[in-house]
Design a protein around this ligand. Structure first.
Ligand code: UDP
Ligand code: MG
Length: 316
C-alpha cells in the first residue's frame, strides 16, 4: 500500500490570513502525518494579505522543507480567491484543501487519501459534531435550509473544511471563472463522482475566527444571490399579488361608496403609502444587488493579484 501511495503527488492547499499563531503547529502536525504515511506531498500556502508574521514564519519553514510553497497576495482578496489560487498552482494528482487552524485534524488526511483512491473525484469531510454556540448553529441551519431550497444544491451537512479531490476535478473547477464565488457551491456544482466522510473536530488551535457575525451574514447572502435568481422571481410575484390586492381593494371601495357613508382617514393612506414605497425600495435594492454582481463580473478583474511567489514556479 505504501509503495503504491508514494507514486502520486498529494498537494495540501491552505489559505492563511493572520495565522502566525497556528502556522508552526500546523506544519509540524501535517508533515509528521504525511511523512508517517510516506506520502509524496507539497504544501501550497496562500497568504491572503496578512500583516503579521505569517509570511515570514512560512518562509523560515521553506528553508528547511522544500516541499512547502507560498503564494503571497498583495492584498486581502477573501478566502475563496485564496483557495482558488492555491488550486491553480498545486501540482498534485490529488489535492486536499484544509485550514491551518487545526479545527480539522491533520491525522484525518490519510482517510481522505484512502477514500479518494476508491475511485471518487471528490470527498467532502463532514463534521462529527459541530462545536459552536446555539445561536451560531441556529443561524447556520437557517442559512443551509434557505440555500438548499433556493438552489437545490443539497450540500452534505454539517460541512467541514477538509476535502480532497482529483486532478480531473481541479482542472474542471478552475474553468469556473466567476468573480462572485461561493466556493462550497462551486465544489458541488462541478459535482462529478463525490462522496463524504465524517471527521472529528477540534477547537481552533490559536487566534480568532476571521468571520464575525456580520461577515458570516454577508457570506450567506452572497452565496444565495450567487446561486439563485429566485429572489427576483419572488419579487415579481409579490408585486403581482400587491397589484391584484389593490385592484380588489379599489373595486370594493368603489362599490361600497354606493351603499354606505365612510371616510378613509390619512393614517390608513399613510400606511399604504409607506407599505408601497417600502416594498418598492426593498425590491429595488434586491435588483441592485444583482446588478452589482453583474458589474463585478463584467469588469473581469483577475481573481487575485500575487505579490510574491516563494518556492513556486510562476505560470506563464
Ligand atoms: N481566511 C482567508 N482570507 C480571509 C479570511 C480567512 O484566507 O479573508 C482563511 C483563514 O486564515 C483560515 C480560513 O480562511 O485559514 C478559515 O477562517 P477561520 O478559521 O477564521 O474561519 P472559521 O473556521 O471560524 O469559519
Ligand atoms: Mg477555522
Amino acid at each position: 500500500m505504501n509503495n503504491e501511495q508514494q507514486s502520486f503527488l498529494l498537494s495540501l492547499v491552505v489559505p492563511v490570513y493572520f495565522e502566525e499563531e497556528c502556522i508552526a503547529q500546523f506544519i509540524s502536525e501535517a508533515t509528521t502525518e504525511l511523512e508517517k504515511h510516506q506520502l509524496n506531498y507539497e504544501i501550497v500556502f496562500v497568504d491572503d494579505g496578512s500583516e503579521d508574521q505569517t509570511v515570514s514564519i512560512i518562509q523560515e519553514h521553506i528553508k528547511q522543507n522544500s516541499r512547502i510553497r507560498l503564494i503571497e497576495f498583495s492584498y486581502n482578496h477573501g478566502k475563496a480567491s485564496a483557495v482558488t489560487a492555491a488550486i491553480t498552482y498545486a501540482k498534485g494528482d490529488y489535492i486536499l484543501y484544509m485550514d491551518p487552524d487545526l479545527q480539522d485534524p491533520p491525522d484525518e488526511i490519510i482517510r481522505f487519501v484512502n477514500k479518494i483512491q476508491e475511485g471518487y473525484d471528490l470527498v467532502f469531510g463532514t463534521r462529527q459534531e459541530k462545536k459552536d454556540t446555539f445561536i451560531n448553529r441556529m443561524m447556520s441551519s437557517i442559512f443551509w435550509l434557505t440555500l438548499d431550497s433556493l438552489t437545490g444544491l443539497n450540500l452534505p451537512r454539517p460541512l467541514a473544511v477538509m476535502r480532497i479531490f482529483s486532478r480531473r476535478f481541479a482542472d474542471e473547477f478552475l474553468k469556473y471563472g466567476e468573480a462572485n464565488r461561493f466556493i462550497e457551491g462551486l465544489f458541488m456544482q462541478v459535482g462529478m463522482n463525490w462522496t463524504q466522510i465524517e471527521i472529528p473536530q477540534r477547537e481552533r488551535f490559536a487566534g480568532k475566527s476571521k468571520f464575525n457575525f456580520r461577515r458570516k451574514m454577508e457570506l450567506a447572502f452572497n452565496a444565495i444571490f450567487d446561486y439563485s435568481d429566485l429572489p427576483l422571481k419572488l419579487a415579481t410575484r409579490f408585486g403581482a399579488v400587491l397589484v391584484a390586492a389593490s385592484v380588489f381593494f379599489g373595486t370594493s371601495l368603489f362599490i361600497a361608496r354606493f351603499f354606505m357613508e365612510f371616510k378613509l382617514g390619512w393614517p390608513s393612506l399613510f400606511l399604504m403609502l409607506m407599505f408601497g414605497f417600502g416594498t418598492n425600495i426593498f425590491f429595488m435594492g434586491l435588483i441592485g444587488k444583482y446588478i452589482g454582481n453583474i458589474y463585478k463580473e463584467t469588469k473581469q478583474r483577475p481573481l487575485f493579484s500575487v505579490k510574491e511567489f516563494y518556492n513556486i514556479q510562476e505560470k506563464a
